[in-house]
Design a protein around this ligand. Structure first.
Ligand code: OGA
Ligand code: NI
Length: 259
């Protein structure tokens, strides 16, 4: 985890001239570096840069990855995938299903990784690190640092998620809510700006994003009954993600899939 964080700092500490080679606003690309792509349409302004890289399916070749974090990104993604597999086994069992159920239906098919860099903000009250949203995936494994700033919405109140050394935050995403028919509820969260920084985080999303896998996701049949009918429509990951991009990424994107 420390090596991953150091790699992120090395990437963002590079000269602007080097980093701009990676600058892309098209989020369907496998790899892109950007900042405030929707600056003109939404406020408050996000005070951060992000570097995205899809590691599965169809991982990039090592040469395609930026040298400052190349090796560690490959290793970190491998370990996160392993941990994700264990968590999906536990989540399957928690739903009363066989332990490989969530893996078998495709929850581990995709891994999108994002490194965020939140500089110290001279006027934190005028900016936000990450706006209120729920993640458009099954689960997210998040590495944050000692600066803090991550908050979850709990009973209509923002609650700080303290930094715990050597721990990851596990976040339930909207798609797990959909396939579990609301048994698991996605967590709305945000990151507030700070006058301290930079803050660095690494979010690993279990989803296949805009990749066309053809797989259909719907409330798991074994969880349904006459008393508990399906609450959500079937969808593909691509349709789900496309829809969440067209929204401001809050619970309203789930409403669209509500029966
Ligand atoms: C995200 C996210 C939180 C963080 O990337 O979806 O919520 O701490 N990140 O950077
Ligand atoms: Ni998030």
């Amino acid at each position: 985890m420390k090596a991953m964080r150091d790699g992120v700092l090395r990437f963002f500490d590079q000269d602007y001239e080097v980093k701009k080679e990676w600058y892309v606003t098209d989020s369907t690309k496998k790899m892109f570096y950007n900042s405030n792509v929707d600056l003109s349409s939404t406020l408050p302004v996000r005070w951060r840069d992000s570097f995205h890289c899809r590691m599965a399916p169809d991982p990039p070749s090592p040469q395609e990855l930026p040298p400052p974090c190349r090796d560690i990104l490959i290793e970190y993604s491998k370990q996160v995938t392993k941990l994700g597999c264990s968590l999906f086994e536990l989540l399957s069992e928690a739903l009363g299903l066989g332990s490989s159920h969530l893996k078998d239906i495709g929850c581990v098919d995709g891994l999108a990784t994002i490194r965020h860099y939140y500089p110290a903000s001279p006027q934190p009250e005028l900016t936000i690190g990450a706006r209120k949203h729920a993640d458009n995936d099954f689960i997210t494994l998040l590495l944050q640092d000692h600066i803090g700033g991550l908050q979850f919405l709990h009973m209509n109140q923002w609650v700080n998620v303290p930094f715990v050394p050597e721990a990851l935050v596990v976040n339930i995403g909207d798609l797990l809510q959909l396939i579990s028919n609301g048994e698991f509820v996605s967590a709305e969260h945000r990151v507030v700006s700070s006058s301290f920084g930079p803050r660095v985080s690494v979010a690993c999303f279990f989803n296949t994003g805009m990749v066309d896998t053809g797989k259909i996701f719907e409330p798991i049949k074994e969880l349904l009954s006459e008393q508990n009918p399906a609450k959500y429509w079937a969808t593909t990951m691509k349709e789900f993600v496309r829809h969440s991009h067209s929204k401001v990424f809050d619970k309203s994107s789930m409403l669209h899939f509500r029966i």
